[in-house]
Design a protein around this ligand. Sequence first.
Ligand code: MG
Length: 219
Amino acid sequence: MKSKITIIFLSLAFLIGCSTSKEPRNLYYAKLEVRQYFEDTTRYLKDVRKVVEEAKQYVEKNLDTSKNNAAIFDVDETSLFNYEYLRTFDFGFTLESWEAWIDSAKAPPIQPVLDLYKFLKSKGIKIFFITGRHESKSKKDIDPTVKNLISVGFVDFDGIFFKPRSPKMKTSEFKSTIRKQLAQQGYFIFINIGDQYSDFEGEYSGKTFKLPNPAYMTF
Ligand SMILES: [Mg+2]
């Protein structure tokens, strides 16, 4: 009797296994979908705008001007849009090509986020960028990321923090460490806008607003 039950159980497990095993979607179609999402601005920008509207409403409802309020902005796929790079390399990545793209300082802004930046500035909220980018190796008067941000409209901010090249650490660890330092300096981390969960993990996250990004994931 026991062996019959075992056989029935194993047969069922085999059948379930067969029915749930499925070849993943072909990468060609996955990339095509991501391209269509970004290129059809009625989809990507609409989704970004929705998050930005939620952030604005949150600020209107919860702003306490007696605090030294700070807003945390991520850079890539939050403030600046690197789709030209992503498309050129078919969503591939090498540190060399990526740093050359950063040095070109030609990423356009993500317009709804630029609008949010201006809105927060008008409310007297301090703006800090915390980015997984490293400081540029190229010897320039002004770091290309700073130059890029200023040239597209993020003209005035209270600080920008680049991830150190060494020691190696997770982006989430770096970002939460900086937020903690800001809090220790007396800032209230009010809101935090980014496209990756690593923008929000850890202490002093503030109220988080997650933008869409189906192209990549950083940790
Ligand atoms: Mg990002």
